[in-house]
Design a protein around this ligand. Structure first.
Ligand SMILES: *Cc1c(COP(=O)(O)O)cnc(C)c1O
Length: 358
């Protein structure tokens, strides 16, 4: 019997809805506030001009500099094609398709479920509490055959940190049974909250980091997995032989130099003060029902008639991230913090819209 190409594909791939990335969703804007990127480029010069040789699997300068930055040993660091690859590597190393499961607590980052679906691993979602903290009793009930729990702190898209006491309780209930992956993609905006110091106490803790947000390098595709050596050794078994192109390692090394880190910290301080300004401005608008506090480079807010607000801004070239269809986030839009001009343009547009609709 002959089958068409579609029918030859795996069932889970045929039914898969791919991750709706900001880039995929498109738009024709000049104010891009939808992907939590840093709003301005950081410039680099390639120091390595020859590309005839394969790169190192784990470029030494990158893992050593990241380890120093994170206060860890190089053997506790894995570098990969963005944190997104780290999310998937943990599943591929620890979860048996069709047998093991992962667990996460929505509303949260969308790639945990997309990766699980792609690989064919069952996923369980245990909704966060109303204050967006972990529902620990509900998690405890769902842990059977769970091998990895993904926990994002500060959480995307809500912007809040997860209570460290709850994380300790989660680590206690999963000890010896499952890994806990703490996604710290935004930790540079609240560095005191990192769990990196906890690695010495918890062999089953894994931390994800990225150069895509505070380091202003989303286009580089470079991320890190931090864990104890036994975990890293397993992940290295399943990673591609050359995950990082030579120019990527080159630029990542520069971003992680003392100068690069200093520049990142200056950028973070600027964004954090702009966030304070936005948190002051947004609640004054009649269209805005609720503004959630944030430890990150974005703000989640609930609007009256958010589809109309989203569309009107979109038509003016101001592109936000619509969270309306996300469970628990009806009426919510996520706003990445841009340049001062971009933030002012956003507030001006929302003011005009508030007047128009009053
Ligand atoms: C942006 C983001 C990532 C992905 O980071 P990359 O390094 O660009 O792959 C992972 N987790 C969360 C929560 C993010 O917001």
């Amino acid at each position: 019997m002959s089958r068409n190409i579609e029918e030859l594909a795996r069932d889970n791939v045929r039914t898969l809805t791919p991750y709706q990335s900001a880039r995929r969703l498109g738009g024709n804007g000049d104010v891009w506030l939808n992907a939590n990127e840093f709003p301005l480029p950081v410039l680099f010069e390639l120091s390595q001009q020859t590309l005839n040789r394969y790169p190192e699997c784990q470029p030494k300068i990158v893992t050593e500099r990241y380890a120093a930055y994170a206060g860890l040993q190089p053997e506790q660091v894995l570098v990969s094609r963005g944190a997104d690859e780290g999310i998937e590597l943990v599943m591929r190393a620890f979860c048996e398709p069709g047998k093991d499961a992962i667990l996460f607590c929505p509303p949260t980052y969308g790639m945990y479920s997309v990766s699980a679906e792609t690989i064919g691993i069952e996923y369980r979602s245990v909704p966060a509490l109303e204050n967006w903290q972990l529902n620990l009793p509900a998690i405890a009930e769902q842990l059977d055959s769970v091998k990895v729990v993904y926990m994002c702190s500060p959480n995307n898209p809500t912007g809040n940190l997860i209570d460290p006491d709850d994380i300790r309780a989660l680590l206690a209930m999963t000890a010896g049974k499952a890994l806990v992956v703490a996604d710290e993609a935004y930790i540079e905006f609240c560095p005191q909250a990192t769990l990196s110091g906890w690695l010495q106490d918890y062999p089953h803790l894994v931390i994800l980091r990225t150069l895509s947000k505070a380091f202003a390098l989303a286009g580089l595709r470079c991320g890190f997995t931090l864990a104890n050596k036994p975990v890293i050794d397993l992940l290295i078994k399943v990673i591609a032989p050359y995950p990082l192109a030579t120019p990527v390692a080159d630029v990542a090394g520069q971003a992680l130099s003392n100068r690069g880190i200093e520049l990142m910290r200056k950028h973070v301080a600027e964004l954090n003060s702009r966030r304070a300004w936005l948190l002051e401005q947004l609640p004054r608008l009649s269209l805005v029902q609720q503004v959630f506090s944030s430890e990150t480079n974005y703000i989640l807010a609930r609007f009256t008639d958010s589809p109309a607000v989203f569309k009107s801004l979109w038509d003016q070239g101001i592109i936000l991230r619509d969270q309306n269809k996300n469970p628990g986030l009806a009426g919510c839009l996520r706003i990445s913090i841009g340049t001062r001009k971009e933030c002012e343009r956003l507030i001006a547009a929302l003011q005009a819209l508030s007047v128009e609709r009053a």
